[in-house]
Write a protein of this length. Structure first.
Length: 170
């Protein structure tokens, strides 16, 4: 027998922990937040960067009372899931750093629908980092405004507001 002849093993190859890749990590992380394994598998297999998808879900789930399925749905729909995670977590966490009026408004209005509005608003924003700064600043400087109004004001804000920069129409 030649020394160059390779030995072929008849034992099946089993992937160990060392063989995990970002898809394995994504599926495992998302599944631990109450998302069904099949749904996590489908989302991670379809993600451009699965690690970012799972990081988004992790950030939102750990920082807020938003359920894993809702977080996954939002993170799955955006191009920059990490920015979405930061947006939601930053706005939610800012409640402890803002005025007492805002904190009172937050505790009374931040129910499931308000949480989903927060999630949807950050998802709809083209620049989630800029958006979260706007919402936090509006609530810091206008403590009587509700969270929902701040979310809406910052979401519909234009780069050049017509009241400040009127356009002459023929």
């Amino acid at each position: 027998m030649s020394l160059l002849t390779p030995k072929i093993s008849s034992l099946p190859v089993v992937a160990g922990d060392a063989d995990w890749n970002q898809f394995d990590v994504c599926i495992t992380e998302i599944a631990q937040y109450g998302v069904e394994q099949d749904k996590a598998t489908l989302a991670c297999s379809d993600a451009l960067i699965p690690k970012e998808l799972s990081q988004c879900v992790t950030m939102i789930y750990r920082a807020t009372p938003i359920e894993g399925n809702d977080a996954l749905s939002a993170c799955y729909q955006v191009r920059r899931p990490i920015d979405l995670g930061h947006c939601v977590a930053d706005i939610y966490n800012a409640s402890s750093n803002l005025s007492s009026t805002f904190t009172e408004n937050w505790s009374t209005t931040l129910k499931e629908s308000s949480l989903l509005t927060l999630l949807t608003s950050c998802r709809a924003s083209l620049r989630p980092g800029h958006y979260s700064e706007c919402v936090i600043a509006v609530n810091r400087n206008f403590p009587k405004i509700t969270l929902i109004k701040a979310l809406n004001k910052c979401l519909v804000a234009e780069d050049f507001p017509r009241t400040l920069f009127p356009v002459d129409e023929p």
